[in-house]
Design a protein around this ligand. Structure first.
Ligand code: F6R
Length: 262
């Protein structure tokens, strides 16, 4: 795992958008794993701006989102389908047929999840998986005690997640209590993971996920098992990390990041 600390939210977010843009230029048929949530809104705004101003091309790119609520129609304004269209897909030149999210309205949810896994594999696997971290340490909707080998499945949401995401709903009491999510095992099979954390409220959980023991109580800690995982945090989110100086030193000296240090 590598930790990159950036001064503030906008520099951390821009950093992540630049990594995605670089990958997309290197591989136009990139299979990109996407997340939703407040942290991602700014990443998608920057990617949309890069498309508009610099012609960043998404025409061959294929995407798989981590999760979706059970019981929301894709055109429900609180669904993750809507979030993705509003924040990214409607603003770039992606072929909407190449975008994928689990369908929380499927008649057979177990089959929907198994089909989703098969589709990821048939597409060649995820090249780069973008991740946020929840207040309970989840990635996707992998709530505490999600098996480290779990696959895409239905999951009951924790009170912490309901508290975190409820305010994003027009009517918070209508927030579904269940979601479909890629599993921790599914995420770990991505070729590269990129987790973005911003804000002081993420600092304790980020420190536990990055520097604490690997535990299914904090799904994000499973990323320590990944061979190519990069965590980008702003100063506030990184403030409880023990080895900040070491992480900064690595970033300043790694040739891989030369273009990003400018
Ligand atoms: C949503 C997802 C979640 C969020 C996490 C952080 O698709 O994958 O794990 O990334 O809940 O959400 P925000 O960014 O709203 O704090």
């Amino acid at each position: 795992m590598e930790v990159i600390i950036q001064k503030d939210e906008i520099t951390a977010t821009t950093f992540v958008a630049k990594i995605i843009a670089k990958k997309l230029k290197e591989k136009p048929k990139l299979v990109l794993g996407l997340a939703t949530g407040r942290t991602m809104e700014q990443v998608y705004a920057i990617l949309a701006q890069m498309h508009k101003e610099e012609g960043l091309d998404f025409s061959l790119c294929c995407t798989f989102n981590l999760d979706e609520y059970v019981g929301l129609e894709p055109d429900n304004e609180d669904s993750y389908h809507s979030f993705m269209r509003k924040n990214l897909f409607n603003k770039i030149n992606i072929d909407i047929r190449n975008t994928h999210l689990p369908n929380g309205m499927a008649a057979d949810l177990a089959k929907e999840c198994a089909d989703y896994e098969r589709l990821i594999i048939a597409t060649g696997g995820i090249d780069l998986q973008l991740l946020g971290i929840g207040s309970d340490g989840h990635i996707g909707f992998n709530e505490p005690l999600s098996a480290l080998r779990s696959r895409t499945r239905e999951k009951a949401l924790t009170p912490a997640t309901i508290k975190q995401n409820g305010p994003l709903f027009k009517n918070p009491s209508m927030m579904p209590r269940r979601g479909l999510t890629m599993g921790v095992g599914t995420i770990l099979e991505s070729k590269q993971c990129l987790l973005l954390a911003t804000g002081v409220e993420k600092s304790s959980m980020l420190a536990r996920a990055v520097e604490g023991p690997i535990t299914s109580m904090i799904s994000a800690s499973a990323l320590q098992l990944h061979q190519h995982c990069c965590v980008v945090a702003d100063e506030a989110a990184a403030s409880k990390l023990q080895e900040q100086d070491y992480y900064r030193w690595i970033f300043q000296n790694e040739p891989e990041w030369a273009d990003f240090r400018k």
